[in-house]
Structure formats: structure tokens, C-alpha cells
Design a protein. Structure first.
Length: 149
């Protein structure tokens, strides 16, 4: 069994690639209260469906949100949904997608939209936690509205 690489983004948020069923008990053991899935169903053969993941989260005492993101179609509604999920949870949150990039991007863009991270710093914030910043930087270039400068 391969150990899931979990990256700490903030004191309340971790992100990872796609977890397997065996990872949900460890999320709960670490105090995760909400699992956010940023991966569309059917993206890859063998991935957990949103329904299966929701059941695993519930079985382990965690809430679950499915906020699927498809590149390059990320929109402000998805960023807002991610931000609202974080704000609406009292405790730790774990977000995942295929590689972790979409989840890290949603975090950084939600921070920028809230004014906690300046737009020019989004790429370096994502890079600092070990993920590819190019999708976020490209999204910001195409959607400069509503993000602090």
C-alpha cells in the first residue's frame, strides 16, 4: 500500500492527491471534520466516486463536500463554494483532487478573493507548499476582477 502524501496548507487545511478508502480513517484520526473533493466523478478509471467518498467520510464521522473543478473552466462560484466550506467548518478540513493542484489553487484563490493574499503572491504561495502555480497564475491573468492587488 502506498502512503498518501498529505500537505499542510494552513493550521486548518491539508490537501492531497486522490485518497483511497483506507485513508478516511486516518483523516478522522487527525481530527479532520470536513473532506472536500475537488475532482469530477469519472475523471479516471478506478477513482472513488463522490457518493462512495461521502459514505466513507460519514462512516468516519466527517462531513463531505463535492466541489468538482475542471481545468480550464474553474469559475468564481467554485472558488466561493470552497471558501464557504472552509468558513462553515469548525475544525480541520482536508481537500483533494487528482494531484492536489486544484485543491491548492482553490485555497490560494479563495485567500486572494478574501484579501488575505495579494494576487501577485498567489503563485509563490502555491509553489511554497509544493504544487504547480501555473493554473492559478493563468486563472488570475484571465480573471483579475475581485482579487486584491
Amino acid at each position: 500500500m502506498v502512503m498518501l502524501k498529505v500537505t499542510r496548507v494552513s493550521d486548518r487545511l491539508t490537501v492531497s492527491p486522490q485518497p483511497g478508502p483506507e485513508d478516511f480513517p486516518s483523516f478522522a484520526a487527525r481530527g479532520v471534520k470536513l473532506v472536500i473533493n475537488n475532482r469530477p466523478d469519472g475523471e479516471e478509471t478506478g477513482q472513488l466516486s463522490a457518493g462512495e467518498a461521502a459514505e466513507l467520510a460519514a462512516k468516519n464521522g466527517m462531513a463531505y463536500r463535492h466541489i468538482p473543478v475542471r481545468w480550464p473552466d474553474l469559475d468564481i462560484a467554485e472558488i466561493n463554494a470552497f471558501s464557504e466550506a472552509l468558513r462553515g467548518t469548525d475544525g480541520s478540513v482536508h481537500a483533494h483532487c487528482r494531484s492536489g493542484v486544484r485543491s491548492a489553487t482553490l485555497w490560494a484563490l479563495s485567500e486572494a478573493m478574501a484579501g488575505r493574499l495579494a494576487a501577485p503572491d498567489v503563485g509563490s504561495a502555491i509553489e511554497a507548499i509544493g504544487f504547480d502555480p501555473k493554473p492559478a497564475v493563468a486563472w488570475l491573468a484571465a480573471h483579475p476582477e475581485g482579487v486584491s492587488k
